[in-house]
Design a binder for this molecule. Structure first.
Ligand SMILES: C[S@@+](CC[C@H](N)C(=O)[O-])C[C@H]1O[C@@H](n2cnc3c(N)ncnc32)[C@H](O)[C@@H]1O
Length: 217
């Protein structure tokens, strides 16, 4: 190959790669700025930063790409999840029943530059979750606690082997007065424990997070 041709093919290969890298750096800066600016202004039962970071780490470390969130609120956890998916090349479906919160979340996704990674749905998750085809490899459950077990039963068949089901405000340690666990999640924790081929651990640095890996069909 003559030197001009060599230079041309080098440029064609390198320039787009550089442009993509720059786009990713820009996105990181934009998301980081958004999170910094909003750090103390989450008021709608949103996850604390440490749990957002934990969700991010789980997705990036395991390379998950097909994510579902039940309970968007105004979008704090979804921002962390979608940011991680921007690294793995994935996409998030997130569900919220309250229209005001849904609209605010959509605005936040736009501001953070993450809209392309998020399919936000205004819906009752009781109806939508069973109707979604899946498959998913990452699920974050953070909606009405008394429905946790039912959500889990609806999602589990659509969770890929190797996938991860996480749920917020859950603990196996702290049991409420009637032994029902954190905010009534005791029955749900038992369900996790009694499900074959599921390995569960707990992250207790924030609001309490169960992390369950599906090891076999
Ligand atoms: C704890 S907040 C979610 C916080 C969010 N994950 C975050 O960190 O920003 C729970 C949300 O679930 C929503 N929710 C409750 N029941 C629901 C249902 N049946 N379908 C969809 N969303 C529901 C509530 O409106 C509320 O905004």
């Amino acid at each position: 190959m003559n030197s001009r041709l060599l230079f041309l093919s080098f440029s064609l290969a390198v320039v787009p790669a550089t442009a993509v890298a720059q786009e990713k750096t820009d996105l990181d800066a934009r998301v980081q700025q958004f999170l910094d600016e909003h750090r103390w202004s989450w008021r709608d039962a949103n996850v604390p930063t440490s749990d957002g970071q934990a969700l991010y780490d789980l997705i990036v470390e395991n390379g998950y790409t097909k994510a579902l969130e039940i309970g968007t609120s105004t979008g704090h956890s979804a921002i962390w999840i979608a940011w991680a998916l921007s690294k793995t090349g994935g996409k998030l479906i997130t569900i919220e029943i309250d229209e005001g919160r849904y609209r605010q979340a959509v605005q936040h996704f736009e501001e953070a530059g993450l809209s392309a990674y998020i399919d936000a749905r205004l819906a009752d998750a009781h109806e939508l979750v069973p109707a979604l085809p899946g498959p998913f490899d990452f699920v974050f459950l953070d909606a009405d606690k008394n429905w946790y077990t039912q959500y889990f039963r609806d999602v589990l068949p659509k969770l890929e082997v190797g996938g991860c089901f996480t749920a917020h405000n859950v603990s196996d340690r702290w049991r409420g007065r009637r032994g029902r666990g954190m905010r009534g999640s005791g029955g749900f924790v038992e369900e996790l424990r009694n499900t074959p081929n599921l390995e569960t651990e707990f992250i207790m640095t924030g609001g309490g997070l169960s992390v369950s890996y599906k090891r076999a069909p």
